[in-house]
Design a protein around this ligand. Structure first.
Ligand SMILES: Nc1ncnc2c1ncn2[C@@H]1O[C@H](COP(=O)(O)OP(=O)(O)OP(=O)(O)O)[C@@H](O)[C@H]1O
Ligand SMILES: [Mg+2]
Length: 264
């Protein structure tokens, strides 16, 4: 397997007022180019910590984080992050929020007309053509989340990182955005790592589901390869025996093998 992102013997220890806290230990994972990987595990097990390490927002205490053959030196536009709370600037329109990121990445090589065209096309990709000149305060939570995804995609990242991107949304909006995300990933072939609590979301979207043990000193417990053919259709999958088996395997891990977050 050719690894595009490689996490090698990674450990993360935080210095806290009460002393050292070992959040992650011995984490090893390789991610192929174009692969969609979900991180799932109980609250506090270290999913965001691991995602932040791939983003370069924090550096590991031990081990190595490699992306495209180089050690990850810090945050960068080639590894864009979508946060749960969409973090848009309220005084800028949706278009301007995305344009800001586009300008940061491409202003040295492209004209203003090209930057604007790039911004517009990515907002169209996430279905926001009609609302691009509205302010964040004028649009719904689902639309804000789409702006956050558009902003990340606009940077043409090598790796798209998402920390519970749909966690704050109602079930119907969440389902729609999951379908859109699958279509976008199919089109852009982005390598994607998504943190989620949602078993169905993980099975529907992923090529592999990485299941983490409980902390402290959390690590990868099991990795499940999801071999459902793409494109995937949520309605027909509800009748699919393989889908049910994948779903059961994740539930079994979370609620039987790792049922007590403080017992690890
Ligand atoms: N900067 C920090 N300093 C000290 N401890 C931290 C820091 N960041 C995270 N931790 C601890 O590391 C552990 C993992 O936290 P993390 O946020 O990665 O969990 P998570 O799996 O994303 O949880 P959730 O599902 O609730 O978002 C927790 O015990 C948390 O308290
Ligand atoms: Mg988290």
């Amino acid at each position: 397997m050719e690894k595009f992102v490689s996490i090698e013997n990674v450990g993360m220890t935080f210095d806290t007022k009460k002393g050292k806290f070992v959040a992650l230990r011995d984490v090893n994972l390789g991610i192929r180019q174009g692969e969609f990987v979900s991180l799932i595990g109980h609250s506090g097990c270290g999913k965001s910590t691991l995602l932040n390490l791939i983003a370069g927002l924090t550096l590991p205490t031990t081990g190595a984080m490699i992306c495209a053959g180089r050690e990850i030196p810090g945050p960068g536009p080639e590894r864009a992050v979508v946060f749960q709370n969409h973090s848009l600037l309220p005084w800028l329109t949706c278009f301007e929020n995305v344009y800001l990121a586009v300008e940061r990445v491409f202003s040295e090589t492209e004209t203003r007309v090209q930057l604007k065209a790039r911004t517009q096309s990515v907002l169209e990709l996430v279905g926001l053509a009609h609302a691009m000149h509205k302010y964040p305060g004028e649009i719904s939570g689902g639309m804000k989340q789409r702006v956050g995804i558009a902003r990340a995609l606009a940077m043409e990242p090598k790796v798209l990182l998402m920390d519970e991107p749909f966690g704050a949304l109602d079930a119907l909006t969440r389902a729609r955005l999951q379908d859109e995300l699958m279509a976008i990933c199919e089109k852009t072939q982005a390598t994607t790592v998504m943190v989620t609590h949602d078993v169905d979301e993980a099975v529907l979207l992923s090529d592999r589901i990485v299941m983490m043990t409980n902390g402290p000193a959390a690590t990868i417990g099991e990795v499940l390869e999801v071999k459902l053919p793409r494109p995937r259709d949520r309605l027909s999958l509800t009748q699919n025996a393989d889908y049910m088996a994948y779903r059961s395997a994740v539930i079994e891990f979370l609620y039987t093998k790792q049922s007590h977050p403080l017992a690890a």
